[in-house]
Design a protein around this ligand. Structure first.
Ligand SMILES: Nc1ncnc2c1ncn2[C@@H]1O[C@H](COP(=O)(O)OP(=O)(O)OP(=O)(O)O)[C@@H](O)[C@H]1O
Ligand SMILES: [Mg+2]
Length: 265
């Protein structure tokens, strides 16, 4: 690994072939160990495409994306072992005939967590479910859980492998305000105390605005990468969203863009 750099994109671009879509271009940024990044942009701006590129699921059309110093596409099997991934909720099968304990346990055992013995694995699974407040519903069928509860199970599944990089595509979709704030605190703790690098795609950055180190603004190209103070400006947000985005400044001097209504332009 080059120093402590966990993710490094250099001139990253991706075009889908069928149908032909230029989804991303000119994306360059780096994340050090323990960094906390929010990725923002309107629908179709390339956020999930970037997530797939970090996972090594697609081969960049231009430039490169490296995870822990390795080309993501070429070394996808190796890098996926150090990534905890929370997919965009609608891409998950709602009717999985499994309960949260099994879903999280399967992820742990396929990644070799808890090889020390069965007790160890069970404890890890229970811890991960407790971290997202799902211990009480661990035996309910996944399909019978609410959308927000399912989302929290997916976060537990990503956490159980003790990832170096936590990659989340809209992890708060459908999660109520109390559990969302708990999840945000958990992510902030993981990045600060455990030095997990966290990359979260969000439509509404406000719950995270006080905690993230960096923001990446996308609109099928990199509009901006920098601190929240550098990036969450009305000018750059208007460039990304193609619409005026009001920005409020809270008592702590943190910028809070009101992007909810601008997200579907
Ligand atoms: N498999 C595909 N084939 C062709 N085009 C695709 C494919 N997947 C995505 N796209 C297109 O690439 C662009 C970027 O899509 P992507 O899913 O990365 O956007 P997004 O920012 O995650 O959007 P959302 O906020 O709706 O999740 C869009 O124009 C989308 O229609
Ligand atoms: Mg997406």
């Amino acid at each position: 690994m080059t120093g402590d750099i966990v993710v490094e994109a250099v001139g990253l671009g991706y075009d889908y072939v069928s149908p032909p879509v230029c989804a991303l271009r000119g994306v360059s940024f780096e994340l050090r160990r323990g960094a906390f990044l929010a990725v923002m942009g309107p629908n179709g701006s390339g956020k999930s495409t970037l997530v797939r590129a970090v996972l090594g699921l697609l081969r960049p059309t231009r430039g490169s994306i490296r995870v822990a110093g390795r080309e993501a596409w070429e070394y996808r099997r190796e890098i996926q072992r150090i990534i905890g991934y929370v997919p965009q909720h609608d891409s998950v099968n709602q009717h999985l005939p499994m309960c949260p304990r099994d879903i999280v346990g399967l992820a742990a055992s396929t990644r070799g967590v808890g090889r020390g013995g069965h007790g160890n694995l069970t404890a890890r699974v229970n811890d991960a479910l407790a971290m997202v407040g799902m211990a009480d519903l661990a035996h309910r069928p996944f399909g019978s859980l609410s959308g927000g509860q399912q989302q929290r199970v997916l976060v537990a599944r990503a956490l159980v492998v003790d990832p170096h990089l936590l990659l989340m595509d809209e992890p708060f979709a459908g999660v109520d305000v109390v559990h969302r704030n708990e999840l945000v605190e958990l992510l902030a703790w993981l990045s600060r105390e455990k030095h997990v690098t966290v990359m979260a795609v969000v439509h509404n950055i406000n719950p995270l605005a006080h905690f993230v180190d960096h923001v990446l603004l996308l609109d099928n190209r990199m509009v901006a990468f920098g601190t929240p103070g550098e990036t969450l400006t009305p000018e750059l947000l208007a460039e990304a969203y193609g619409a005026e985005v009001p920005v409020l400044v809270c008592d702590d001097g943190v910028l809070h863009p009101i992007t909810d209504h601008a997200a579907d332009h």
